[in-house]
Design a protein around this ligand. Structure first.
Ligand code: MD3
Ligand code: FE
Length: 228
């Protein structure tokens, strides 16, 4: 009975993903190698916050310090073999949560599977995420323009899953001063960033206050990475 229910949920997720792929001829190119998959995670999205609860109780959200000593506006945690950390000595991936001294919680198989299917749908057949960064946005939280370049193999994509309140993603070019495009991201949207777009400057505009049934007053973004 339990197994039958579990496979039904998984089947529903696959069907939702297939529909999402068909619906809008479904690959909206943002740039040469960034693919927006609107609603790709819709079937799983409502259940992800419950999946994150035990992870966030073992590795609570925290505001890390930038190398310059500024407290980040986004609260973060991680699951997976390694997690992204920042402090006065720099940005890096670490197998240990510096706040607890213990390994990060494991990445749930259902999330890893979702990220792999999204990567495959965007043309990345082989994607083995070993890190999932959990970003928590309260109203007013923003993420300033930056590049993600701490991953060893920059040919691997980054898969982003948006949950809860909508946000405006800012997508720039290869130089910080390049103009940015504003891309709305909603609950259940997935973006796969790879290839030519992998080192683009990007950020998130200040989150507008609101209420969402899945997350309450906030937005959560998961980014799956092959870090090591
Ligand atoms: C484009 N997160 O965690 S996800 C980050 O919504 C980050 O929390 C944002 O930027 C968020 O580093 C945006 C989309 C994203 C993630 C990684 C990228 C876009 C990217 C790496 C390269 C290019
Ligand atoms: Fe980023």
């Amino acid at each position: 009975m339990k197994a039958a229910q579990a496979s039904t949920t998984a089947q529903r997720a696959r069907r939702g993903e297939q529909l999402a792929l068909w619906r809008s001829a479904e690959r909206e190119p943002i740039g040469a190698a960034a693919v927006l998959l609107p609603g790709f995670a819709a079937a799983l999205a409502d259940s992800i916050p419950a999946l994150l609860a035990p992870i966030l109780s073992a590795a609570p959200l925290r505001h890390m310090l930038t190398p310059g000593g500024q407290r980040m506006s986004v609260a973060m945690s991680n699951c997976g073999a390694v997690g992204w950390v920042s402090d006065r000595s720099g940005y890096r991936y670490s197998p240990i949560d510096p706040d607890s001294g213990r390994p990060w919680p494991a990445m749930p198989g259902s999330l890893q599977g979702l990220a792999q299917r999204a990567a495959r749908a965007a043309g990345f057949a082989e994607f083995f995420p070993d890190a999932c960064l959990i970003n928590y946005y309260a109203p007013g939280t923003r993420l300033s323009l930056h590049q993600d370049r701490n991953e060893r193999d920059l040919t691997a994509p980054v898969v982003s899953v948006s949950l809860g309140l909508p946000a405006t993603f800012l997508f720039g070019g290869e130089r910080r001063r390049d103009p940015t495009r504003r891309i709305p991201l909603s609950h259940g949207d997935v973006v796969v960033w790879g290839g030519a777009q992998r080192l683009a400057f990007h950020g998130v505009a200040a989150l507008r206050a609101g209420e969402h049934p899945a997350t309450g007053c906030c937005r959560i973004n998961l980014t799956f990475r092959h870090a090591l």
